[in-house]
Design a protein around this ligand. Sequence first.
Ligand code: PNS
Length: 166
Amino acid sequence: MGEAANSVIAIYPGSFDPFTNGHLDLIQRSTHLFDKLVVSVLQNEEKKSLFSVEERLEMIRDSLPGSSHIEIDSFDGLLVDYATSKNASVILRGIRAISDYEYELQMALMNRRLQPNIETVFLMAREAYSFISSRQVKEVVGLGGNVTGLVPPAVEAKLKRKFQGA
Ligand code: PNS
């Protein structure tokens, strides 16, 4: 779809270290809500990550069907500045459990203070994925456990390579 003046562009930001089936499900469920979705990986040198930004972008590209509706990108600096540069009016975030709420509320309120024209929209994680976190996925694979079905195949392969040299 073209970027008409009234089209709604949403940013789906995150660390995606790594991308999980929970992230994928949220993207799939949001596609009919926005004219365009920009999935964007935070470039943050301070946050210790397992995968480089380039590796994370590659895993997201390999996990999503090509679509003119979805852009895959990375960003640094303030999220609201990046969203403005992309003409986005929405920040999309997923919420799994009540425990996510406080962090998400703080972020949404800070972002609204910084840029009142951008709304944060929350989608509830699907029940089947509400327990998945990137942190746990890394821990389980690091300890030799199986994460099949919790992450896309391209991510599972990269995790195995990273931890087991497979
Ligand atoms: O997947 P995550 O780690 O929960 O995503 C956090 C993210 C990337 C959304 C957040 O850290 C972020 O937006 N960082 C950019 C810096 C920023 O804008 N900070 C002010 C908002 S609190």
